[in-house]
Write a protein that binds this ligand. Structure first.
Ligand code: ADP
Ligand code: MG
Ligand code: ZN
Length: 623
């Protein structure tokens, strides 16, 4: 698609004209203050002038507002005959002059020339405008658009053209969303058919899903498939600086869109304006503005209802639970399309799309890559293929190999390798035991994941080492035992530190966070607690797939709240004990694998499998 941004940057020539005008104005001003050489006559005190009048020595006088010029009747040799003086306020002067027979006249009131008048009207406003423009250009928030056009919508318009068109073929792994949106394409293409039967074309479709799953891409594909213009704007761009500007922008945007109908308006990050009005109470500042913007949006959506020229509003958010209920009512965003992270086959299809854009070795097995990238969103997969291509290019190879893709997975998972971050020897030892602790417990726990790699090479900003667990099969359901196993595995790192060093470090914070989250979900969401029964204590805000975390609890009695906390605590404690028991039982193995990893930094594949094979469950501990 060709991108075109509404651009009213003043042209360079216009700037030049401005400059000339300013120069001219300044000249005019300065010229007023320059003495006029033609009027240079000797100046004398006023008292002398009066003396001369009194002694009948003045022949004639010419009086203006700021000087009196007069001619003497008799002068000494060489002295000037014409003199000037500065008038003072003197009511008696005409009488006195008359008495002494002086011929006198006053200058007519000064008439500024037409040009001066015109310029004095034109130049100051021009200077004002130029200054404004200067600031408009400097307030670069909207690039070309600034203070002068702050109510103009900043929407970019894409008009699909043949070669850069995005279609549904460019989006994979989100088939349900595609099916729903195909219908929208149909509305846009043949609105008559729906109008004829009296059906109301939906106005708003809300795409809901985690970041990077292809919401923006999908909406572009809708425009591409339907062949209609596509206005794209981010919710946060509505809300800026001035109260009321957002509402004006919304109005402007819909105005523009109606001119180009049928078309699509895509509002990214709808939550920036659509946050629940009730829920946002007490947020400091910007509240009024957002509310006005939201109200304007609702009004506009209620307003347009052209049957044969539909304007369809697509919007995206990853926080649907925060949206104002008014947005979700019929006639507004009444359709909601879930765009979730792709499953195994979806990932394979997305990988296929991006693999076509790079040169792959014949032997590359994308199925394996798809298997190892559970939880990746479309954007992560696109990034992964690109990383792999970069790795191959860096090694002066002409094709991407399986190894590049594998390495790229790790990079995407754990951030780029930071060679510069050096661990002290004692730190390295702690990290080694910590990771091996994870690995041994993880190996013995059920849940269909196998430990594929242990590394103590620091990566990214926070991970000092990591244990990579790969699921052997795609799983949608986890049993209670699986989840308990996951918690125990997460606590394995800390438990190993406790056993070997008798103390704990800060390195386990993230593990504990995740372990606690799982335990809380088991009790609050999945109803897996025996004492509390199959009740969902967490309120489901539809955000589970976003990795939720801070779900609000249903209103429960204090006693229940305490019981929940106790259950969560119990689950984590139990898992902790399990991890400790397992690691004490396998203490020798823990030592030997840790020694090995301190030498080699990374253990993976068959080596690791052989090492972990000798681990055993202690008696009385169930897998
Ligand atoms: P979102 O708007 O959901 O955050 P985007 O649509 O901006 O995600 O996705 C970013 C990029 O990731 C896209 O431009 C595309 O290259 C890639 N991508 C994401 N999801 C998919 C998908 N399902 N199929 C193909 N590519 C995808
Ligand atoms: Mg997006
Ligand atoms: Zn850990």
């Amino acid at each position: 698609m060709a991108i075109r941004q509404d651009d009213n940057r003043p042209s360079r020539r216009f700037g030049l004209i401005n400059l000339l005008l300013i120069g001219f104005g300044v000249l005019l001003l300065v010229s007023n203050f320059l003495p006029n050489p033609a009027t240079q006559v000797p100046r004398v005190p006023y008292s002398l002038f009066i003396d001369q009048v009194n002694s009948d020595n003045v022949k004639r006088a010419y009086i203006t507002q700021d000087q009196i010029r007069y001619e003497l009747s008799t002068v000494e040799e060489g002295a000037p005959s014409v003199l000037a003086t500065t008038p003072i306020f003197d009511m008696d002067l005409p009488q006195r002059l008359e008495q002494h027979g002086v011929e006198f006249a006053a200058a007519p009131p000064k008439r500024p020339s037409f040009i001066t008048t015109a310029l004095s009207w034109v130049v100051p406003p021009l200077i004002f405008i130029v200054v404004l423009q200067f600031f408009a250009r400097r307030s670069g928030m909207g690039g070309a658009q600034g203070a002068l056009s702050f109510t103009k919508s900043k929407a970019k318009v894409y008009v699909p053209d043949e070669e850069s068109r995005v279609t549904f073929a460019d989006v994979a792994g989100v088939d349900e969303a595609k099916t729903e949106l195909a219908e929208i394409v149909d509305f846009l293409k043949t609105p008559e058919r729906y109008a004829a039967i009296g059906a109301r074309i939906p106005k708003g479709v809300l795409l809901v899903g985690p970041p990077g799953t292809g919401k923006t891409l999908l909406s572009k594909a809708v425009a591409g498939e339907a062949g209609v213009p596509f206005f794209i704007i981010s919710g946060s761009e509505f809300v800026e600086l001035f109260v009321g500007a957002g509402a004006a922008r919304v109005r402007d945007l819909f105005e523009e869109a109606k001119k180009k109908a049928p078309c699509i308006i895509f509002i990214d990050e709808l939550d920036a304006i659509g946050k629940s009005r009730a829920g946002s109470m007490g947020v400091v500042g910007g509240n009024d503005e957002r509310e006005q913007t939201l109200n304007q949006l609702l009004t506009e959506m209620d307003g347009f209802a052209s049957k044969d020229k539909p304007v369809i509003v697509l919007a995206a958010t990853n926080q649907p639970e925060t949206l104002d209920a008014a947005l979700l009512r019929p006639g507004r965003f009444d359709r909601q399309v879930l765009v979730d992270r792709p499953d195994l086959s979806g990932r394979k299809m997305i990988l296929d799309i991006y693999a076509k854009k790079v040169k792959l070795e014949q032997a590359v097995d994308l199925d394996k890559i798809a298997q190892a990238t559970s939880g990746f969103a479309g954007a992560d997969l696109a990034n992964l293929v690109n990383e792999a291509a970069l790795l191959a290019a860096r090694a002066y190879r002409t094709q991407v190999a399986q190894g590049d893709l594998n390495e790229a997975i790790e990079r995407v998972v754990a951030g780029l390798e930071k060679k510069s971050r050096v661990l002290q020897d004692d730190e390295k030892k702690v990290v080694a035991f910590h990771e091996v602790g994870h690995a041994i417990v993880g190996h013995l726990m059920p849940g269909g994941s196998k430990v594929a790699k242990i590394s103590i090479v620091p990566r990214g900003m926070s991970a000092l080492g990591y244990t990579l667990q790969l699921p052997t099969e795609e799983r949608f359901l986890n049993s209670k035992e699986d989840l308990e196993g996951q918690i125990a595995t997460l606590l394995g790192g800390r438990s190993a530190e406790e056993i070997v060093f008798g103390e704990v470090t800060t390195g386990a914070a993230n593990d504990l966070q995740r372990a606690t989250d799982i335990a809380e979900q088991m009790v609050g969401t999945y109803g897996m607690s025996e004492t509390l029964g199959p009740l969902a204590y967490d309120k489901q805000g539809g955000s589970r797939f976003l990795g939720g975390g801070n779900n609000p609890r249903r209103v429960v009695s204090d006693a229940t709240a305490q019981a929940i906390d106790k259950e969560v605590r119990g689950l984590v404690d139990q898992a902790h004990n399990k991890a400790l028991t397992i690691l004490r039982h396998n203490r020798e193995l823990l030592e030997s694998i840790s020694q090995k990893i301190l030498e080699k930094e990374v253990i993976e594949g068959d080596d690791l499998k052989d090492l972990l094979a000798s681990s055993t469950l202690p008696e009385g501990v169930a897998a």
